[in-house]
Each structure stands twice: as structure tokens, then as C-alpha cells.
Design a protein around this ligand. Structure first.
Ligand code: GLU
Ligand code: ZN
Length: 289
């Protein structure tokens, strides 16, 4: 099996040390295995994506010594594939429109029970306000509201209940090796995730799953912050008959206060270190490679 990995940044800000670590690690791993390293631009959020950030990403990666095979996949050019997958799930009765605002969800989720309402990888677990007893399945599906996955129905539609993936890095709690995903844990900690964002044509989870499959990715290298999201991705792969790659979740690069670096954290932007005269080897040392 050819080893294929990728780096998938969103062009919504400068690449910082955390991105450099992720890209260098994936690139090193593909080199070590005689594999291929691909680049994907995750620009589904057209309100935040900017061509100049995309150019800066290419420039920073080249400067770091990272080269990629083939053409760059841009999510903004993949709308028909996303629509086809949504149509498939919709006609199987696994999606429903949701018009709730964030505030509606907070109010409904906070209602009777004690303590903090449960959170999943996308924020509050959806309390199910808009979930229909009988789903509409006639196409076309609506695109002017969010569409959520009916998790209970989706799980019931699986031919075999076993879900899991192989982890060669580790999750935030040190989980490694064969990771089992129970249906109960999905119901408790994931819930009815949004697969179509209003007026966006897709969502992060759906696009990542379809694109990793389209690019033939065999190993996904990415930060531990996405470990929980991986459980959603494995479920979507099963629902859409796509292969599950191996995952390698890596440690996060933190600032001196232990806080994870964010996109807006321009202080750790690679461009800034470059302007100060740092070399690619300095960046490698800074991230512990
Ligand atoms: N685009 C995502 C990010 O920049 C990464 C997606 C992924 O690795 O699956 O955080
Ligand atoms: Zn709703």
C-alpha cells in the first residue's frame, strides 16, 4: 500500500508553529516511508478564506522545505461531491433541517438537568429540538438551513455496530492502538452534528471525510485537538462506504502559558520568525523535531 498523507490548512490566517510542526511531521513521515505528501486547502468558509493567505501558506511551506505531490485540492472546488453525499444521506432519511440558533440550543440544553450541559467536538450536544419523528427524504434537500445527522437513525442503519480506527500517535488521554468507538459514547458526546452549514454547501466534517477518501489518504497526521472529531469522521466513512485511514494525532504546540496556539496568534506566525532571520532548522528545533 502506498503511503499517502496530507496537510490540510484553512487559508484564514498565517501558519504558526503548530502548523509547521504538523506539516513537517507529516512530510517527514511520508519521506521516511517513501510515500507521498499532499496539500489540501480547506476553504469552505468563503467568508473567512482569503487568496493571500493561501499564497502565504504555499510560501511558508516551500520555505520550510516541504514539497507536495500532484495538484492542490481546494475544497471550494468540490461542491458537487459534497452535494452528492448529502443527497445520499438525505434520501436515506439520515438528515434533517435545523433552524435553531446557538441561543435556542443553549436554552434547550440547559433546561431541567443539573450541572453543565454536555459538550461535544462541535460545542453543545444538540438537544434534538428539530429532529423529526418521520424524516422527509424527497430531493432536493434544503440548503438554506443547517442539516443535522440523525445519529440514532444513522447508527441503526449500520450493518455492523462495531466502529473504530487505528491510532499510531495518541489522543489527549494517551489512547493509542486500536480505538473502539461505542454507540453510547457517540450518543453521549457527539449527538446530531451539523453536516450542512447554512448557505455553505457542506461542513468541516463532511468535507474532510470525502476529501481524504478522494485523495486516497492512508494516514491522517493532525493535532490531538481533532481526536474527538475523528470519531465523527469514522462514522461518516462507514455511512458513506469510504475507507477509514490510519490516524496519527500528535501533541499540540503550546505557548509559554501552556495555551494551544490559535490562528489569530500572530506572535508565533512562521512569517514573523522568518522576518526575524530564523532558518527552517530553527523552526524545527522550536517545535522539537
Ligand atoms: N483544516 C483543519 C485545520 O486547519 C485541519 C483539518 C484536518 O486535519 O482534518 O485545523
Ligand atoms: Zn434545531
Amino acid at each position: 500500500m502506498t503511503f499517502l498523507t496530507r496537510f490540510a490548512p484553512s487559508p484564514t490566517g498565517p501558519l504558526h508553529l503548530g502548523h509547521a510542526y504538523s506539516a513537517l511531521l507529516a512530510h517527514d513521515m511520508s519521506r521516511a516511508r517513501n510515500g507521498r505528501f499532499l496539500l489540501r486547502i480547506e476553504d469552505i468558509d468563503q467568508s473567512r478564506a482569503r487568496p493571500e493567505w493561501e499564497t502565504a501558506i504555499h510560501d511558508d511551506l516551500r520555505w520550510l522545505g516541504i514539497t507536495w505531490s500532484g495538484t492542490v485540492l481546494r475544497q471550494s472546488e468540490r461542491a458537487p461531491t459534497y452535494a452528492a453525499a448529502l443527497a445520499k444521506l438525505w434520501s436515506r432519511g439520515l438528515l434533517y433541517p435545523c433552524t435553531c440558533t446557538r441561543r435556542d440550543i443553549e436554552t434547550a440544553a440547559a433546561a431541567p438537568q443539573e450541572g453543565a450541559p454536555p459538550h461535544g467536538p462541535d460545542g453543545l450536544i444538540y438537544p434534538g429540538t428539530c429532529r423529526p419523528t418521520r424524516p422527509v427524504t424527497t430531493l432536493p434537500y434544503p440548503t438554506d438551513t443547517a442539516l443535522r445527522l440523525d445519529l440514532r437513525r444513522a447508527l441503526a442503519s449500520l450493518h455492523s455496530p462495531a466502529l473504530g480506527f487505528h491510532e499510531t500517535g495518541s489522543g489527549p488521554a494517551g489512547d493509542t492502538g486500536g480505538i473502539n468507538i461505542t454507540q453510547a459514547s457517540l450518543l453521549d458526546t457527539v449527538g446530531d452534528v451539523v453536516l450542512l452549514r447554512r448557505n455553505m454547501g457542506t461542513s468541516y466534517h463532511l468535507s474532510v471525510v470525502l476529501d481524504d477518501a478522494a485523495q486516497g489518504i492512508t494516514l491522517v497526521v493532525r493535532g490531538q485537538d481533532l481526536f474527538e472529531a475523528t470519531r465523527i469522521h469514522v462514522l461518516l466513512q462507514r455511512l458513506l462506504d469510504l475507507p477509514t485511514p490510519i490516524y496519527h494525532h500528535h501533541r499540540l504546540i503550546r505557548d509559554e502559558n501552556g495555551k494551544r496556539l490559535a490562528k489569530r496568534d500572530d506572535a508565533r506566525a512562521i512569517a514573523k520568525y522568518r522576518a526575524q532571520g530564523a532558518t527552517p532548522a530553527d523552526i524545527r528545533a522550536m517545535v522539537g523535531l
